[in-house]
Each structure stands twice: as C-alpha cells, then as structure tokens.
Design a protein around this ligand. Structure first.
Ligand code: KIV
Ligand code: ZN
Length: 385
C-alpha cells in the first residue's frame, strides 16, 4: 500500500476559528494526543502571528518526539526567521511558506504581477532552506488558480528546494473531479515533480473537502492536510477522521495512513471540549449519531446483521458500541432488544401490549429512554395483576 502522510493543522488552521483559541498548555495536550494518534506532521502554529503562538510552537517542538513539527509563514523573510527560531528545538522541523496564486489573490490582495509572485515564492523557499531542510510551499487559492500558471509556480519552487508542494483549495470552491484533475495536471506537467510530495489542503465550503482530498490522493498527492472534527475557517477543513476511514474502508485504492484509528473518538472529544466546539450529532465517524440506529427498518436489519447498516464497526474508531435509539419510528425488534437489555424477556402477546403503550409514549417524546420502558413494564404488570 502507498503511504499517505497525514498533516494535521488543528492547532493552526483549526485554531483560527473564532472562540477556539487555545493557550500553550492546551495546545501541548492536543499535540501529544496527535503524536499518539500517529499523525506525520503537526502544524503547530503561525509563530509570527502572536507571542503566544510563538511560545506554543517552541513548547510543542520541545515536547514532540518523532512527528515533524511545522510552522506557517507568509513569503516574508521576517516570518521565516521567526518560524525558524520557534522551531529550533524540533527534531524534525518544517517551514510552511507561500502566497496566493489565483487571479484575485495576485491582482487584488497582493497587488503584484504573476511573475513577481513566482519570484517571491522562490525567494521565500530559498530563504527558508537556509534554516531547515524540509520546506513546504503553499500556493494559496490554488483551487481557483489556472493550472498552467500553477504548474509554473510549482516548478519554480521545487527547483528552489521545496520538499512538499501544497495545493490548497482555500475557498472550498472545487468539486472532486476538478481538484483531482488539477493534481493530475501538475503530476504530468511539472518538471521535477518527483522530487516533492504533493499535498492537498481542502476547505469545506461546498461540503467537498474530504472527497476532494481523496481525489487528490488518487491523482498523485501523498500528503493530506486536515483537522480533527474538520474544524477550521468558515465551513472548516478536511476532516482527518473521514479521510483516514475512507482510505481504510476502500482498500482497493491501495493507500493507507499511519493513524491508529482506535484513538480517533477520544481525540475528537478532546478537541471538541478544549476548543468549545461541539461536534454536530450527524458528523461522520465521530458524531453522537454516527453509530445510532433509530428507524424500525434499519434497527431490524442491524439486529439481524450489523453489516446491513454499518460500514465501520464502532470499536475501529474507539467508540464503545452502537446504539439502538427508540423513537416513534422504531419497531418491535428494537423494542424487544432494549427490553431484553433491561432483563425483560417477554412473550409475544405481552410484547404486543408493551409495543402499543410504547407507541403512545413515543409519539409525545423525541426519544424513549430506559426509564420510560420501566414505567411501561410497571403499568403492564399492574394491568395483569
Ligand atoms: O487555506 C489555505 O490556503 C491555508 C494556507 C495558509 C496553507 O490555510
Ligand atoms: Zn487553510
């Protein structure tokens, strides 16, 4: 299987979200959990952005043992110097530098020419190489950059020494086929592309971030930038757990990561509570409903054979067990299952009676809990008495 490197940017792109700011101590706890999870690169922060972020990158560099620690910069000498200083204790330091390459970024944000952007990018990579061997270049808004110009940029920065070229879909604009073709175009048209790893960095504005990242990998990318729970600017970044499990569930793709998937749920909870960012209940892999079955048809099929309705076993991602949730849409099979869990093994006629009472209750409740089932059982035994 081909290895796909996981570059986690929870502590940089994820932490940019309003309300998610972390102090150094909190960042250290998450960095340690990321290393235990098996990520290959931790983007620890943007050292020039604030003294606090600088300190976090320093402390994470000291703490982390084997994982590469990365610091973000603009294509600006001062940023690069500060990042290099913050990373000086890292066993494997990486500087991540770059600038915008799409027409809106080149002409209205940077107010430069296309040629000047290439010169600035090349200069930044060469400058970063004076401090560290591992330099990643990002072509911001590559998703909206025309492929021919993007190829020129990528070729120039690889010639300047970039070890990784990041192709961000900064605005989450691309659809999977388009993003995949972009990576394919670079693979086929950039001289020297074999000297660098191509990286995806997809935002989720159209809900395509995971699909775009997978298409990037299928077309030649070997690093995926992502965050725990998909947190990040606006609609967020590619979610780490989704990419990891999509690759693992589709072995025919022949790619894998070094992630210990059993640690996914606990780190999801850690990030959610530390950053005060609740996980939406229907979030793939880690949402509270991800392994909950609530409609009668699904419950019946699931109770006969889990594979009927689950493509992932909860223990694969560190979730205790699937749940059978009782609602007004649940059937007898689910009710019987839950009653048996309470120790009540009922004859068919009694079960029918309980089911009738259950439906009356369920129509007035969003979820029927064990305590409600016990009330029903009590009322039935009083009827019998
Ligand atoms: O989305 C983006 O383009 C980024 C870069 C700074 C890598 O986060
Ligand atoms: Zn980003």
């Amino acid at each position: 299987m081909d290895k796909v490197f996981i570059f986690d940017t929870t502590l940089r792109d994820g932490e940019q979200v309003p309300g998610c700011r972390l102090n150094t101590q909190q960042k250290l706890i998450i960095a340690e959990a990321l290393e235990n999870l098996g990520v290959d690169i931790i983007e620890a922060g943007f050292p020039i952005s604030s003294p606090g972020d600088f300190e976090s990158v320093v402390e994470i560099s000291k703490l982390v043992k084997n994982t590469t620690v990365c610091g973000l910069t603009r294509a600006v000498e001062k940023d690069i110097e500060v990042a290099a200083e913050a990373l000086k204790y890292a066993k494997r330091p990486r500087i991540h530098t770059g600038l915008g390459t799409s027409d809106p970024h080149v002409f209205t944000k940077l107010r430069m020419t296309r040629e000047q952007v290439i010169e600035r990018g090349v200069a930044a990579v060469k400058y970063a190489k004076k401090f560290v061997e591992d330099v990643e270049f990002y072509a911001e808004d590559a998703g909206r950059t025309d492929n021919e110009y993007l190829a020129q940029v990528v070729e120039a920065v690889i010639a300047a020494g970039a070890t990784v070229v990041n192709i961000p879909d900064t605005t989450g604009y691309c659809i999977p086929e388009e993003y995949g073709l972009k990576i394919k175009y670079l693979k086929e048209n950039v001289k020297g592309i074999e000297k660098a790893i191509i990286s995806t960095h997809c935002h989720n504005d159209l809900g395509m971030a995971t699909a775009n990242s997978i298409m990037g990998v299928k077309n030649g990318a070997r690093q995926v930038e992502c965050t725990i729970n998909g947190i990040g600017e606006r609609a967020g970044n590619t979610s780490l757990e989704e990419v990891v499990m999509a690759l693992r569930k589709h072995k025919w793709l022949d790619f894998d990561t070094a992630i210990d998937s059993k640690k996914i749920y606990s780190i999801s909870q850690l990030v959610s509570t530390t950053m005060r960012m609740p996980v939406q209940p229907n979030k793939a892999i880690v949402g509270s409903n991800a392994f909950a079955h609530s409609s009668g048809i699904h419950q019946d099929g699931f109770l006969k054979n889990k594979d009927n309705y689950e493509i992932i076993s909860p223990d694969e991602v560190g979730v205790d067990q699937s749940s059978i949730v009782l609602t007004a849409r649940s059937g007898r099979a689910a009710l019987n299952f839950r009653l048996k869990n309470l120790g009540a093994d009922l004859e068919k006629e009694v079960l029918d009676k309980v089911y009738e009472k259950f439906l009356e209750k369920a129509d007035n409740l969003s979820v029927v809990e064990d305590e409600h089932l016990k009330e029903i059982l009590d009322s039935i035994s009083m009827d019998v008495a």
